[in-house]
Design a protein around this ligand. Structure first.
Ligand code: G6P
Length: 608
C-alpha cells in the first residue's frame, strides 16, 4: 500500500504531485506529505488525513523537483511525524512504499552513528542510511544503491537531496514503481493513473532496478548495478477513465461500468465461434492438456471469485478444485502436485500474500501457473506462466466490484476451456455458453436498472448493527461477497452462511433486529433454500430475498422480495453480486460513511 509520486520539470511540480497523490489515495489515505527542493533546501509539508488537507497547506509551495507520498500505516500510528517524506539532516528526503524487515538492526546501528530518529516508521532508516553514504562523498545514485544493498525487505522509493536540484533517484523491489517520460520533464509513480494528466509514456521498473531521473532523461540500473534498457509503454488509459464524472463515488461508477467491463473482458471470445485456449497464453493448450486438478489462491474479494469457480470447475469441467486463502496457504505445509494448475486471482497483481503464495507454490514443486489479473504489468502476471487479463479498467473504490465480476467471467472461460479439453463440452453446449456470455453485459445492465428499488430497500438497513447473508451452492460465495461488501463500506457487522448451516448455530442470532438477506436464484437448491427461509421467518427474522425469474416467492409481512429480471443459469452469481453491491453502496450512503475509502482499509495490500 502507500502511493508515491515524484516529478522533475521546468514548471512547478507541486500541482502535479498533489493531483498524482489524489489519484493514488486508493492505496492508502491516513496521512500524506511532500518535499520539494528549493535553494539548496528541503521544504516539507505533511499532514494526517486526506490529500485535500495536504493540498490546502501546500498552496504556497512551488518547485521544479519534488516527491510525495500517501500513507497506509504499517509501522507507527497515522500521525504527522510518521507521515512521509522522511528526512535525514535536512539533506536527504525519502518516500517509501513497502516494509524494511531489518529496520530494527539498522536503527540501532544508525543511532550509534549519531542519527536521530524522529518517527516510529521503518522507512526513516532509509533516509539516514542514504545520508550516511552520501555524506561520504558518494553521488546520490551510488549512496542509494549502497544503502539498498544493506536493506532487507520490500520497497519502492523516491529520493531527493537538498543540494542536488537536478536529480531524483528511485528504486523498486517488491513494490510497484514506474517512470513517466515527458518532454523535458520526467516523473515517477506507483501507478500510471497518477500521471495520466502529464504523460502516458511509461517505463515499468523491474525487481531490483534503481533509476536516476533528470529533466532531460533517465538511466536505469539493475540489481547488479549494470545499466539496462527497459521497454517504453504507452498507457491505454485515458485521464477521463480515472475521473469520477457524473457519479457520486468511484464505487458507484465502477458498479455501473460492469456491463462495459464484462463486454471488454469477453470481447475477443464472444466475437469468435468457438473457444481457444490461446486466450490464456501461448502455452495454455499444452498446460491444460496436462493438468488434472486446480488450486486457486487469492485474497479478499478475489478469493470469493475462486470459491464460485470451484463449483463451475467441478460441475462443468469435472476437474477437482481447491480454493485457499493466500495468506494461509503461503505458511501451510502442503503437498505439491505437479499436475495441478495453480491459479492466482488478483485485481491489483501486487497483493503481497497472493504473490508469496504463488512463489510458495512454485517452490514446493508446482509448475503450471496461471494468473487472472486486472493490471497487465503487475508482479503477479510476470510471475505466472499463463495469464488472463481482465479488462475492467482502473478500479479506484477500495471495495472491489467490477474487478470481481470480470474475474468471474474469466474463470467461467477457464472452466469452459478445461471442459472442452476434457471432452465434456459438446458443440451445442459451447454455443449455448457463448450465447449466454454475449448476453451477459445486457443482463448486468438490467440488474443495474433496479438501482432505485434497491436504494429504497437499503433505507431499512441503515439503523441495523448486524446482518446475515444466506446462499446455497454457487451462490454461497455470493452471500460471502455480499456480506464483505456491506461490512467494508457500511461498517455493519455482516456474516454469510450456506443456508443449510443456519440450524447449526447462526439461527440463534435471528430475531427481529437481524435482517437476513437471501440470495435465491431459481436453481436446483431453491426449494431447500425456501425451507431455510421458513426457519428464519418462524423466529421473527426479517427476510430480504434477492429472487430471480421463476423463483415464485411472494412478499408478505416480514418478507421483502427483490425480483431480479432474469435467471442466468451458471452466470447467475455475476448478476446477484451486482444487486448486493448496490445494496451495500446504498446502505453506506445512508449511513454517511466514506464509501470509496472505508476506514482502516486500503485497496492494494502490499504488506503481510
Ligand atoms: C484488499 C482490497 C480488496 C481486495 C483484496 C485483494 O483487501 O480492499 O478489495 O479484494 O485486497 O486484492 P487483489 O488486488 O489481490 O484482488
Amino acid at each position: 500500500m502507500c502511493g508515491i509520486v515524484g516529478a522533475i520539470a521546468q514548471r512547478n511540480v507541486v500541482p502535479i504531485l498533489l493531483q498524482g497523490l489524489q489519484r493514488l489515495e486508493y492505496r492508502g489515505y491516513d496521512s500524506a506529505g511532500l518535499v520539494v527542493v528549493n535553494n539548496q533546501q528541503l521544504q516539507r509539508e505533511r499532514s494526517t488525513g486526506r490529500v485535500a488537507k495536504l493540498s490546502a497547506i501546500s498552496a504556497n509551495i512551488s518547485s521544479h523537483l519534488g516527491i510525495a507520498h500517501t500513507r497506509w500505516a504499517t509501522h507507527g500510528v497515522p500521525s504527522e511525524r510518521n507521515a512521509h517524506p522522511h528526512m535525514s539532516n535536512n539533506l536527504i528526503a525519502v518516500v517509501h512504499n513497502g516494509i524494511i524487515e531489518n529496520y530494527e538492526a539498522m536503527r540501532t546501528r544508525l543511532t550509534a552513528q549519531g542519527y536521530v530518529f524522529t518517527s516510529d516508521t521503518d522507512s526513516e532508516v532509509i533516509a539516514h542510511l542514504i545520508h550516511s553514504h552520501y555524506a561520504r562523498g558518494n553521488s546520490l545514485l551510488v549512496a542509494t544503491q549502497t544503502a539498498l544493498s544493506e536493506l532487507v525487505g520490500a520497497y519502492a522509493i523516491g529520493v531527493v537531496a537538498a543540494d542536488n536540484a537536478d536529480q531524483l533517484i528511485c528504486a523498486r523491489k517488491g513494490s510497484p514503481l514506474l517512470l513517466g517520460v515527458g518532454i523535458e520533464e520526467n516523473f515517477i509513480a506507483s501507478d500510471v493513473s497518477a500521471l495520466l494528466a502529464v504523460t502516458k509514456n511509461v517505463v515499468y521498473l523491474e525487481e531490483g532496478d534503481v533509476a536516476e531521473i533528470s529533466l532531460h532523461g533517465y538511466r536505469i540500473f539493475n540489481a547488479r548495478g549494470e545499466a539496462v534498457e527497459r521497454p517504453l509503454h504507452v498507457s491505454e488509459l485515458s485521464n477521463e477513465s480515472v475521473e469520477l464524472g457524473e457519479y457520486r463515488h468511484y464505487m458507484q461508477k465502477e458498479i455501473h461500468e460492469q456491463p462495459q467491463a464484462l463486454a471488454d473482458t469477453l470481447e475477443g471470445v464472444c466475437n469468435s465461434q468457438s473457444l481457444i485456449p490461446g486466450i490464456f497464453g501461448a502455452e495454455a493448450a499444452a498446460s491444460f492438456a496436462q493438468v488434472k486438478s486446480i488450486l486457486i489462491l487469492a485474497c479478499g474479494t478475489s478469493h470469493h471469485a475462486g470459491l464460485v469457480a470451484r463449483y463451475w470447475l467441478e460441475e462443468i469441467a469435472g476437474i477437482p478444485c481447491n480454493v485457499e486463502i493466500a495468506s494461509e496457504y503461503r505458511y501451510r505445509v502442503s503437498v505439491a502436485n505437479p499436475d495441478t494448475l495453480v491459479v492466482t486471482i488478483s485485481q491489483s497483481g501486487e497483493t503481497a500474500d497472493t504473490l508469496a503464495a504463488l512463489n510458495h507454490a512454485k517452490e514446493t514443486g508446482h509448475v503450471h501457473t496461471l494468473s487472472i489479473c486486472n493490471v497487465p504489468e503487475s508482479a503477479l502476471v510476470r510471475l505466472s506462466k499463463l495469464r488472463f487479463l481482465t479488462r475492467a479498467g482502473p478500479e479506484i473504490g477500495v471495495a472491489s466490484t467490477k474487478a470481481f465480476t470480470t474475474q468471474l467471467a474469466a474463470l467461467f472461460l477457464l472452466t469452459l476451456l478445461l471442459a472442452k479439453q476434457r471432452g465434456r463440452l459438446s458443440v451445442q453446449q459451447e454455443q449455448g455458453h457463448l450465447h449466454a456470455l454475449r448476453h451477459l453485459p445486457s443482463a448486468a445492465q438490467a440488474v443495474l436498472n433496479l438501482e432505485p428499488e434497491i436504494a429504497k430497500l437499503a433505507e431499512r438497513f441503515a439503523d441495523k448493527r448486524h446482518a446475515l447473508f444466506l446462499g446455497r451452492g454457487l451462490h454461497y460465495p455470493i452471500a460471502l461477497e455480499g456480506a464483505l461488501k456491506l461490512k467494508e463500506i457500511s461498517y455493519i457487522h455482516a456474516e454469510a452462511y450456506p443456508a443449510g448451516e443456519l440450524k447449526h448455530g447462526p439461527l440463534a442470532l435471528v430475531d427481529k433486529d437481524m435482517p437476513v438477506i437471501a440470495v435465491a436464484p431459481n436453481d436446483a437448491l431453491l426449494e431447500k433454500l425456501k425451507s431455510n427461509l421458513q426457519e428464519v421467518r418462524a423466529r421473527g427474522g426479517e427476510l430480504y430475498v434477492f429472487a430471480d425469474a421463476g423463483t415464485r416467492l411472494q412478499p408478505s409481512d416480514g418478507v421483502h422480495i427483490m425480483q431480479m429480471p432474469e435467471h442466468a443459469g451458471y452466470l447467475s452469481p455475476i448478476l446477484h453480486t451486482i444487486a448486493l453491491q448496490l445494496l451495500a453502496y446504498y446502505v453506506a450512503l445512508k449511513k454517511g460513511t466514506d464509501v470509496d475509502k472505508p476506514r482502516n482499509l486500503a485497496k492494494s495490500v502490499t504488506v503481510e
